[in-house]
Design a protein around this ligand. Structure first.
Ligand code: E4P
Length: 217
């Protein structure tokens, strides 16, 4: 399972990268705004800064919603760095753009996916990644994890190569549950990754080992 961090915060990206388990980064316009990154040039520069920190794929989201404009913006993003994956929303012109990018060898991440039908369309259009937002489904009392399982089942039936990128991960149990049902990638905040480290018995056990060592030395 690949681990992506879902943030535009460079310090958090560095921390996850230094842990040695990071495979990539996802961003979105809200995450950029949260870090105070505004204006086209600053946003483009920020994507390059992120690429220079991590080794893996970095999703950069288009703002355009009309086919020609999505293509223009996506091509500009893809030219920024070879780690860039163009993030395209699940809308009609977005699906057309996914197919266009796929034919041109430009990698894509289809975002804002909330149903198995949308995921099927994204795979048919040749998306590299599909991003079902499980936390936002949970927020409206719908089982987000079940969507990941449904998509896994459908993709396996037809050997679709599109990778399932479980997004809107809110906590460590989401990570574990997505791993159980076979998501290819998870993207979440830093705490959803570092939280996996924690267990009280580890802390108690280490404390005792160190105390016992001190007794004999
Ligand atoms: C995915 O790529 C999105 O950036 C993301 O996971 C959204 O998550 P949220 O529901 O926590 O905003």
């Amino acid at each position: 399972m690949k681990f992506f961090i879902d943030t535009a915060n460079l310090d958090q990206i560095r921390e996850a990268q230094e842990l040695g388990v990071l495979d990539g980064v996802t961003t979105n316009p809200s995450l950029m705004a949260k870090e105070g990154i505004t204006g086209r040039n600053n946003i483009l520069k920020h994507y390059v800064d992120i690429c220079n920190i991590v080794d893996g794929d970095v999703s950069a989201e288009v703002i355009a919603t009309e086919f020609n404009a999505i293509v223009k913006e996506g091509e500009e993003l893809a030219e920024l760095h070879d780690q860039i994956v163009v993030k395209v929303p699940m809308i009609k012109d977005g699906v057309k753009a996914l197919k266009y990018f796929s034919d041109k060898g430009i990698r894509t991440n289809c975002t804002l996916v909330f149903s198995a039908g949308q995921a099927l369309l994204a795979a048919k259009a040749g998306a590299t990644y599909v991003s079902p937002f499980i936390g936002r489904l949970d927020d409206i009392s719908t089982d987000g994890l079940n969507l990941i399982a449904e998509i896994r089942h459908i993709y396996d039936n037809y050997a679709f190569e599109t990778q399932i990128l479980a997004a809107s991960i809110r906590h460590t149990m989401h990570v574990i549950d997505c791993a159980k049902v076979g998501a290819d990638v998870m993207t979440g905040g830093l705490s959803s990754i570092t939280g996996l480290l924690k267990h009280p018995l580890t802390d108690i056990g280490l404390e005792k080992f160190l105390a016992d060592y001190k007794k004999g030395n």
